[in-house]
Design a protein around this ligand. Sequence first.
Ligand SMILES: [Zn+2]
Length: 159
Amino acid sequence: MRKLREIERRDAEERKRQERREAEEQKRLEALERKMHSKPYANDTAFLEELRTLLEETRDATLRQIATSEAEASEMLVDRERLEYDDEDGSSVASDIQRDQLKDFATALRLKVDEIEVALSRIDDGSYGRCDECYEPISQPRLRAQLPVFTCVSCRASV
Ligand SMILES: [Zn+2]
């Protein structure tokens, strides 16, 4: 009889511990949820506007770079058509490689423009400056130096 009460008491304690663990887990999840939706610089409008200007300038400069490399690539295409008639030194192959490089470069730049657009829309909703990996704020110097940036310095290596 005493043994049975002892077992019941232990069960009750175990249940209590389990409930405490679940409550802690719930709190942890709620904190994470808040962090995932945090807007670290939403109250610092001047800073976000500064970043908006920097991002827009970078986007416009990148668009100009894209236009330049595309113009170069099509100029090379015109040259290449002339080269084909007289291709003993393989210069048309060299020209193809260079043109491919220019196109790859333009593609990478276009990706950057897309990322800048994402950053700008996140400035609009106030979430820009939150690390995509750990949800902590990205430092102001890092945000100014890298346009755009979506991870903090500690998460950078793991991306
Ligand atoms: Zn991070």
